[in-house]
Design a protein around this ligand. Structure first.
Ligand SMILES: NC(=O)c1ccc[n+]([C@@H]2O[C@H](COP(=O)([O-])OP(=O)(O)OC[C@H]3O[C@@H](n4cnc5c(N)ncnc54)[C@H](O)[C@@H]3O)[C@@H](O)[C@H]2O)c1
Length: 396
């Protein structure tokens, strides 16, 4: 049996989230062999800053390094498909940031390739790995809430509020034609499917672009950067600042989610509530160690995250005793522990708790239905017909 310390990883992209990947890989004992930046110079500078041994000059050089077993893709969205494809073709396990792809045909082909390879393939929907989310999933599956009926919430941020706020996500050729929904709405939607065990089947969406033109700095801008350039060009905006989406789930549940990247004061606010026939649960990302449990005939409860008070899945995801608050970073550690237990085994487990490429593809299909519904102004069914379904390698 291999040990975690024998496994080598490399990280593509050294921005906001690539840094979190490097730090959390080290935390669980994985050796980070090197990073790949947008240019060799930038890669070198980030490798120095992060204390990583190597900056690879290219993806080919990275894949030539025999000590790399797993590659993490944290580059901008348009690079996910070509990089993930090259990594799988080189026989390496892959952890790809969300969204898996900007088009369903691409995510479907990645699912096929991943299945054929037998390699571990994961999409970084880290929010599943707040310990209380692992706990709620078990709670819902046990029937503690009764039949899930009504699923509501929001994902709000404010970092794109101003006309002068800029990021590659605003460029459809780099971020995709869905912006707020693809970037953060996808987390909420994946999470609700994970917690309820029910896929979204139909959507009715209203997408709005409140800021029709933005000032693009002539140089590159880091995500969540607070620096402002005065040397800018005006750009027309083609993607949504906000979304209001009505939802139908496969188990008959109904729901609604609001998504915004222009909500003043909401830095990174994800909230959800699941109302069942016997009880309810609700959570707020700004108080992530607290789970609200609602009752009709008895006082409501607050479960404070505590390994001693959660089920097996919640306990497995928790890193600290109760009262020692865990947050965003910690979800990566918990997610990576689950992924790397499959890496050590050499292949994906039967039902991985993390999102696989198949889950990432399904999220792209839901996004397509959202875009189509907004365009047509009516309900649209998520198209899981054979044309959009990756051919199952096992079945063929
Ligand atoms: N799971 C999460 O919670 C979460 C949070 C933030 C971002 N993300 C995802 O992570 C990805 C990166 O987002 P970010 O916020 O870190 O963006 P970022 O702009 O901060 O970082 C992206 C990095 O990729 C680098 N890059 C660009 N082209 C490259 C290339 N050809 N090869 C290697 N590196 C290249 C850039 O120089 C930059 O350092 C996106 O897909 C985003 O959706 C996920």
């Amino acid at each position: 049996m291999r040990r975690i310390a024998d496994v080598g990883a490399a990280v593509i992209g050294t921005g906001f989230i690539g840094t979190v990947h490097v730090e959390q890989l080290r935390r669980i004992g994985v050796r980070v062999r090197g990073v790949l930046g947008s240019t060799p110079e930038r890669g070198e500078a980030r490798a120095d800053a992060l204390g990583v041994d190597r900056a690879y000059p290219s993806l080919e050089a990275l894949l030539d390094d025999g000590s790399v077993d797993v590659v993490h893709v944290t580059s901008p969205n348009h690079l996910h498909v070509p990089q993930a494809r090259q990594i799988l073709e080189a026989g390496r396990h892959v952890v790809c940031e969300k969204p898996l792809a900007m088009a369903a045909a691409d995510s479907a082909s990645l699912v096929q390739l991943a299945e054929r390879s037998g390699l571990v393939n994961a999409v970084n929907f880290n929010i599943r790995f707040y310990p209380l989310h692992q706990h709620v999933r078990e709670l819902v599956a046990s029937g503690a809430l009764g039949d899930v009926r009504f699923v509501t919430g929001h994902y709000f941020q404010d970092w794109l509020l101003l006309q002068t706020d800029w990021n590659w996500r605003l460029e459809p050729d780099k971020g995709g034609s869905l912006r707020a929904v693809g970037d953060i709405g996808s987390h909420w939607l994946d999470l609700m499917t994970f917690l309820t065990g029910a896929q979204v089947t139909d959507v009715m969406a209203d997408l709005t672009t409140f800021i029709p033109q933005r000032a693009q700095p002539r140089g590159p801008v880091e995500t969540f950067s607070t620096e402002r350039s005065t040397d800018t060009v005006e750009r027309e905006m083609a993607t949504e600042d906000t979304a209001s989406i009505l939802l139908r789930f496969a188990n008959g549940a109904r729901g609604a989610v609001s998504v915004s990247q222009i909500s003043p004061g909401r830095k990174n606010s994800l909230r959800w509530e699941i109302d069942g026939s016997a009880g309810a649960a609700a959570w707020d990302s700004e108080t992530p160690d607290h789970l609200w449990l609602g009752h009709r005939g008895q006082p409501n409860e607050i479960l404070q995250r505590d390994p001693a008070l959660m089920g097996a899945a919640g306990r497995a995801a928790a890193a600290l005793p109760g009262g020692h608050v865990e947050g965003f970073d910690d979800t990566f550690g918990a997610l990576f522990r689950a992924i790397y237990s499959d890496v050590i085994a050499g292949r994906p487990s039967e039902r991985p708790p993390y999102a696989t490429f198949a889950d990432g593809h399904d999220e792209v299909l839901v996004g397509d239905a959202v875009a189509e519904s907004a365009r047509l102004g009516r309900w649209v069914e998520v198209d899981r017909s054979p044309a959009h379904r990756p051919v199952s390698v096992k079945a063929s």
